[in-house]
Ligand binder design. Structure first.
Ligand SMILES: [Zn+2]
Length: 291
């Protein structure tokens, strides 16, 4: 081991949300430095080489596959959340991994496609008959206005250039189409209490938490999406899905008060390790945007 601290180079010189440059150190390690901007965004300001060229997803493995059925069920609820805000149509899952969202979409009768950076995962999905391409956030290999629904689960925190990624997402989403995003919650109690020792920010051989660059809260992500031509219409899971079959919808109505109370407790105690939201693509970009 070299005893000299590794040279860190700049990942984000300014806040990708508000462009301020005076963010305060939040968690600092020999190989990476996290900062928190006054706007609330937490991002990686600098890192040594080892943590930079990190891909989003790891190779598929059996441990992951065992949880597939539970992940498909969760994905179904997430797609139904999006369908509360847009009509049914072609769905794209960005970072589709082993295809659990594609499977859920298929079971809901939607035409589903996926994009994935990991070629082994792409092969795995294709072997199950899914339409999956190799792609990255900087280039999504689809024509403009192609999709009605786009899902991005634990993807956006993997890019240091979320504006570029969201511009690319916006290009291929129809006006009025719904974008579903799930990301880690920067306000998660354990991460806020002691950032220096929180798992969110710890360096690992694949970066922090497998290559994270930015940690969002519902407020900072809503602000970012607004400036990129999206309107956030829902944060956290819906209690009732209008596209669900009638018996399930009745059950959802009955359970709604209980689930609402549970959501209040999760929020009040900052127990959400992740959050999700639905945004709708606006027809026009905001006029006040300065770049
Ligand atoms: Zn900021």
């Amino acid at each position: 081991m070299n005893s000299a601290p590794p040279l860190q180079h700049t990942i984000m010189a300014q806040c990708p949300l508000c462009a301020r440059t005076d963010a305060a150190t939040y968690a600092a390690f020999p190989v990476m430095t996290w900062v928190r901007c006054r706007c609330g965004l937490i991002y990686m300001r600098s890192a040594a080489d080892y943590g930079v060229a990190i891909a989003a997803a790891g190779a598929p493995n059996l441990h992951y596959s065992r949880r597939l059925r539970r992940r498909i069920s969760k994905s179904r609820h997430q797609i139904l959340d999006a369908l509360n805000h847009t009509r049914p149509g072609a769905l794209l899952d960005i970072g589709c991994a082993l295809g659990y969202t594609l499977q859920a979409a298929r079971e809901l009768g939607l035409d589903a496609s996926g994009v994935e950076i990991d070629e082994a995962a792409v092969e795995f999905c294709r072997a199950q008959g899914f339409d999956v391409q190799v792609g990255t956030l900087s280039h999504l290999p689809f024509e403009a206005d192609r999709f009605q629904i786009i899902t991005m689960k634990h993807v956006l925190e993997h890019t240091p250039d979320p504006r570029q990624a969201l511009a690319e997402v916006r290009r291929i989403l129809k006006p009025g189409g719904a974008l579903f995003i799930a990301v880690p919650h920067a306000g998660y109690r354990r991460a806020v209490r002691d950032p220096q020792h929180a798992k969110f920010y710890q360096p690992t051989p694949t970066g922090a938490e497998g290559g994270h660059y930015i940690y969002y809260t519902p407020a900072t992500l809503t602000q970012l999406l607004a400036s990129c031509g999206f309107e956030v219409v829902r944060v956290h899971p819906h209690l009732v899905h209008r596209s669900a079959p009638a018996p399930l919808r009745l059950l959802q109505y009955l359970l709604a008060p209980l689930r609402w109370a549970a959501q209040q407790v999760l929020s009040a105690l900052a127990l959400r390790k992740e959050f999700w939201l639905v945004a709708v693509r606006r027809v026009e970009m905001p006029q006040t945007e300065s770049s």
